[in-house]
Design a protein around this ligand. Structure first.
Ligand code: EPU
Length: 337
């Protein structure tokens, strides 16, 4: 039977919950199935996108090509010592299910990244990060298929060129590789990272730190700031936090003395985009069903029936207003299609 269906709604496959149709649609649960789909002669001329959890994408129109959903599953132990465990995880595993599993096993490294929506395969693409941790600190290898010649390739941590919300898969190789598995090295004697914001305080309220307690604290903080996926569509932060030179930063600070910032090792400064947007009064703003989250100005939400175009238009207005006041060009974190 042909596994490819026609005209399928993508509403349940994108966390914004916007309506868009895929002209052709299929899922794959192994590298072999993926290869078969990519070489199917009936579809070889179609534009194709590979999706994971759909948590970093905004569809502004129907997709007139083939949408493939990565459902490669499995967690396999590659190495197990007294200090570390190395696991190879299928790209189609749900990210937070993996974090929960590792925390329950007593394997440290992913706990600060609890409750982030999306799939394991998407995690290296934008180097997901939260509460002082980035996934790059646990990834040792990424396995991917070259979409042109279907040759499987292996990328070491260094090859991935990880940076803040960035990797080679988001830049030079954008759309050119399909991540099939990710290898993580986790610690059996974890060191806790509690220095971000009020994380330490939250953890202390619950007792002395353990992986489980850190996970619970992170989930509580996220729930207090970010929309609950069952209640409102969103894709988390819509923009990246901008990075400016120290000269630009000094200029900004002279006119906005209370602007928060994080100094970076290379003498530049990261500025919370949420603060910039909040200062301009956008928090809680709503245009039809497209809106800015009332507790975190960096997050755009779909209150119900917003279209991707409406959310995109709102994001453009926000960008313009930030640019007019602060002379900063916000970069999208979300992929807009
Ligand atoms: N702020 C405001 N108003 C707002 C939002 C933020 O003034 O409406 C200011 C506050 O000063 C706050 C600071 O911005 O102290 C930072 O806010 P927050 O701790 O919420 O973090 P963020 O920089 O806005 C980043 C990530 C989030 C991640 C949090 C926690 C990016 C683009 N976003 O947000 O990631 O959860 O830090 O580590 O780097 C995501 O990528 O989807 C995401 C949610």
């Amino acid at each position: 039977m042909n596994p490819i269906s026609n005209n399928i709604s993508l509403k349940q496959y994108n966390t914004f919950g916007v309506e868009a149709k895929a002209r052709y649609f299929a899922s794959f649960s192994s590298e072999e199935e993926l290869k078969e789909l990519l070489t199917d002669p009936d579809y070889s001329n179609e534009q194709t996108i590979i999706m994971g959890g759909g948590s970093n994408i905004l569809f502004t129109s129907d997709y007139e090509g083939l949408v493939l959903i990565n459902q490669i599953k499995g967690i396999e132990i590659l190495e197990d010592t007294q200090e570390f465990i190395t696991i190879r995880v299928g790209a189609g595993e749900n990210w937070d299910d993996l974090v929960e599993y590792c925390v329950n096993q007593g394997w440290g490294g992913l706990e600060n990244l609890s409750y982030i929506p999306g799939s394991v395969g998407a995690s290296p693409i934008q180097n997901i990060g939260a509460y002082g941790a980035e996934v790059k600190d646990t990834i040792t290898m990424v396995h991917a298929l070259n979409r042109e010649n279907l040759i499987p390739l292996t990328y070491s941590n260094k090859d991935c060129l990880f940076d803040y919300r960035d990797s080679i898969f988001k830049n030079r190789l954008k759309g050119k590789r399909v991540i099939t598995h990710v290898v993580f090295k986790l610690s059996k004697k974890p060191v806790f990272h509690l220095n971000y914001g009020n994380l330490k305080e939250k953890v202390q309220q619950k007792g002395s730190p353990t992986l489980q307690i850190i996970r619970e604290a992170v989930i509580e903080i996220r729930k207090s700031k970010l929309p609950e996926p069952e209640e409102k569509g969103s894709a988390g932060s819509f923009f990246k936090n901008p990075v400016v030179t120290s000269k630009e930063f000094k200029k900004l600070r002279s006119t906005h003395p209370d602007m928060p910032s994080y100094p970076l090792p290379d003498n530049r400064y990261k500025i919370p985009a949420g603060w910039l947007i909040d200062q301009l009064g956008w928090k809680g703003h709503r245009e039809g069903d497209a809106g800015v989250h009332s507790k975190q100005a960096l997050v755009l939400v779909n209150h119900g029936k917003a279209s991707g175009k409406e959310i995109c238009r709102l994001s453009q207005r926000i960008r313009e207003s930030v640019c007019n006041t602060f002379h900063i060009d916000l970069e999208y974190e979300v992929n807009i299609l």
